[in-house]
Design a protein around this ligand. Structure first.
Ligand code: GRF
Length: 225
């Protein structure tokens, strides 16, 4: 790999296990990328500590509902100073303003813990259990102006069991998140993603992660994984 690694900026509000999976894939050189900065709206986020543990810049940008645009401008400045090429929402629990979305259009992705367009929003697992679905999962997508709405990149379908609680379902789905999010970054870095209308086309390759890395039993991975 001769080119410079893709420089990633992460947005995270919580424990940062998705962040950790990205860091691990980068450090193990399974993807040609590098996390250069983690921004959180939550000063106590474990995600910030994880960043520091790996020598990655960790920045707290406080959220202020009356000054959303300024907050997001601050985030853009933090990422631009570090020459970020891809912004990844990895458990960021705030809506980004349309100026931010427009600025990073095509270089801004997110992971959501449900099979979109089902169960958008902050309580995807609770909503999935209440609805009684038997299969849930996770989705990576480009971010657009609407919440959990932009063009879908990868999905993984994960079984829901009768005895599941929100926590047990979240834990099962997270395992798949930790696979499809790094793979999504890999596809982006390899310039294999293009968007037509709202459909993401994935340029074929011969490097399926289904064959490269261990898969999870009972999980169905979408094309491109
Ligand atoms: C993940 O399930 C993510 O999809 C959702 O919030 C959770 C964050 O988990 N938006 P973590 O902080 O990556 O551990």
């Amino acid at each position: 790999m001769s080119s410079d690694p893709l420089r990633i900026g992460i947005l995270a509000s919580g424990s940062g296990t998705n962040l950790q999976s990205i860091i691990d894939f980068c450090e193990e050189e399974k993807i040609h990328a590098k996390v250069v900065c983690v921004v959180s709206d939550n000063a106590d986020a474990r995600a910030l500590t994880r960043a520091k543990e790996h020598g990655i810049d960790a920045v707290h940008v406080a959220f202020n509902s009356k000054k959303r645009q300024q907050c997001d401008e601050k985030i853009t400045a933090v990422f631009e100073e570090r020459d970020v090429g891809l912004v990844v929402g990895a458990g960021y629990m705030r809506l980004l303003c349309s100026e931010f979305v427009l600025h990073w259009k095509g270089r801004l992705i997110n992971i959501h813990p449900a099979l979109l367009p089902s169960f958008k929003g902050v309580d995807a697992h609770g909503d999935a259990l209440l609805y009684g679905v038997k299969i849930s999962g996770c989705t990576t997508h480009f971010i657009d102006e609407k919440m959990d709405h932009g063009p879908i990149i990868l999905q993984a379908a994960v079984p829901v069991f009768m005895q599941d609680s929100k926590e047990s379902l979240a834990k099962r789905v997270l395992q798949a998140e930790h696979q499809i999010l790094p793979r999504t970054i890999d596809l982006f870095e390899k310039k294999r993603l293009s968007i037509e209308d709202r459909v993401v086309h994935i340029k074929a390759g011969d490097d399926s992660w289904k064959h490269r890395f261990p898969t999870l039993g009972d999980v169905l991975y979408s094309e491109g994984y």
